[in-house]
Design a protein around this ligand. Structure first.
Ligand code: GDG
Length: 502
């Protein structure tokens, strides 16, 4: 509370997952603190200015509340802001997370309507879990706080808060695309989801196209709604109340990635890759295992390029990293099998005694090692069928301080909106076209490579993750990062309980 009696605004971040990974190893619980771009960008404001992060700790096995408190206490203390857990039961994980979020909304919003599973029990669990989150937000926040909700798992949160007569200022950012009405209207609970989104004071999207799709969907339910404004942020007026909607492309901590390439591990990784592949050009793919990332199509295009263009044989090597994701979901295990089979078919067809055309990793790497892969790669192929933004495209460029390297980018990645002029744009469904682009990237003259990469890096550096957070807060809360007051939260520090900590 401020001296003049006016409460200060704190930031309360709400996302499906807390920024840490918790897993059980035998009798012990282990955790790793999160380190993604969002944590890097939001961490300082939460830490210096006082704030909370509310989310599911990611445990699938039941965890004793006391044990969890003993894990989260020191993590909260180390990060400088409080982590508040939302506990989910097995049925919730199955129906809300794997069900509504990942089997209904994820494919639908990525235009893959045939992959959608719409089950009433998913929808019921989704509302239940959103209501549970709302209860926790209400309990831990105060009237003057600014609530920032992330992503498609929690589209119902503002409505649930309002149902409890809770009028906290509440903004939402969607990390994935927003589909056109043709697709969105297939959702059996389309009206309910639109109504829920309209309950936020501010709704942010990755691109202008996503925001326009949202406006078009909104108009199908409220035809008399009017859009005012022309820039990235507009006001939509309805009889039921106004919504501010914005297009704010997320980004990366550019300097952090650039600096990572100077680390010992990154330099050793570059050296090892160079030694392994000699003067051959390295083509790199880095993706979470997901059917939206276009991995089978990319592999097929590589195979086609090797068939068509003799000049590529023995002169290029494709390094594909796939990070395991959503394990236990059938569609994802099938995709992993399909990728493994395609890799072995291509290697079987084209390998020679001293050349293996494809190296495939099905695991994740520490960030500094990943930076080494980015730095060593002559070409990056980022070819999702649909993607909200795609941070890999930006990270690859940030790691090329030498201004060399070619970015092949799908037209359907949000990042294309910013990087289109300088990246080689492709339609990931057009296998022949993608094969031709691989050749073009391979043959591109050094001067063109460098001038394109220099401009790509400039675009990304100017609008990094800090720009994004600041602009989101300005648009949604009318505040800049520095306007959030210094923190006054009592730290949550329980007694140490060593055996539960890794
Ligand atoms: C969603 C939207 C949107 C990958 N391999 C390793 C590793 N990664 C990291 C990358 C990158 C992240 O994973 C992947 O980010 P993307 O943006 O490509 O994709 P999603 O996970 O689908 O994210 C997406 C994003 O939200 C943000 O709004 O851009 O469109 O779908 O940061 O670096 N990290 C490490 N080792 C690996 O092996 N350490």
């Amino acid at each position: 509370m401020k001296a003049n009696g006016k409460e200060e605004t704190r930031l309360v971040v709400v996302s499906n997952r807390l920024p840490l990974a918790l897993r059980r190893e035998g009798e012990e619980w282990r955790f790793e603190a999160g380190s993604g771009g969002l944590v890097t960008a939001l961490g300082p404001v939460l830490k210096d200015r006082g704030g909370l992060w509310i989310g599911w700790p990611g445990n699938r096995d039941p965890i004793d509340r006391e044990v969890l408190r003993h894990i989260l206490g020191p993590v909260s203390k180390a990060s400088g802001y409080r982590l508040i857990p939302v506990i989910l039961e097995k049925e919730h994980i199955e129906n809300y997370y794997e069900g509504f979020a990942n089997a209904s909304i994820w494919p639908l919003f990525h235009d893959l309507q045939m992959a959608c599973l719409f089950q009433p029990r998913f929808w019921e669990a989704y509302r239940d879990v959103n209501s549970r989150f709302a209860r926790i937000v209400r309990r831990h926040s105060r009237g003057s706080d600014f609530i920032w909700v992330h992503d498609y798992h929690l589209m119902h949160l503002a409505l649930e808060l309002k149902k409890r007569n809770n009028n906290r200022r509440c903004a939402f950012f969607l990390h994935i695309p927003f589909p056109s009405p043709d697709i969105f209207l297939k959702l059996p609970w389309r009206y309910e989801v639109m109504e829920a989104l309209a309950a936020f004071d501010f709704v942010g999207f990755q691109t202008l196209r996503d925001r326009q799709n949202f406006q078009a969907c909104l108009r199908s339910f409220w035809p008399s709604s009017r859009v005012r404004g022309r820039g990235p942020v507009v006001r939509i007026s309805r009889n039921e109340g106004n919504i501010i909607a914005g297009a704010l492309p997320i980004s990366i901590d550019f300097t952090h990635f650039m600096n990572l390439t100077r680390s010992k591990t990154a330099r050793e990784t570059v050296k090892a890759l160079r030694e392994a592949h000699g003067t051959r050009k390295i083509l790199l793919g880095v993706d979470r295992l997901d059917y939206t990332k276009g991995i089978p199509q990319r592999l097929e295009a590589y195979e086609r390029a090797l068939e068509l263009y003799d000049e590529l044989r023995e002169k290029v090597v494709f390094v594909q990293i796939v990070v395991p994701s959503r394990e236990g979901v059938d569609a994802y295990s099938r995709l992993r099998d399909e990728i493994t089979q395609t890799v072995s078919r291509i290697n079987g067809r084209f390998a020679t005694t001293n050349w293996t055309p494809l190296t495939f990793f099905f695991r994740s790497f520490p960030a500094d090692e990943l930076a080494g892969f980015y730095r060593a790669a002559d070409i990056a192929a980022v070819t999702p069928l649909r993607d909200g933004m795609n941070l890999v495209a930006k990270e690859y460029c940030a790691c090329h301080a030498d201004n060399d390297g070619v970015l092949i980018l799908s037209e359907f990645a949000g990042a294309a909106g910013q990087l289109a002029p300088e990246a080689l744009l492709v339609n990931p469904h057009d296998i022949e076209g993608l094969a031709r682009t691989l050749l073009k990237a391979f043959e591109m003259a050094p001067q063109e490579r460098q001038s394109r990469m220099r401009r790509l890096r400039r675009i990304i550096r100017r609008r990094d993750i800090f720009w994004w957070v600041d602009n989101f807060l300005r648009a949604a809360a009318g505040k800049a990062l520095r306007d959030f007051p210094p923190g006054d939260l009592a730290p949550l520090v329980p007694q140490p309980l060593e055996r539960h900590l890794s």
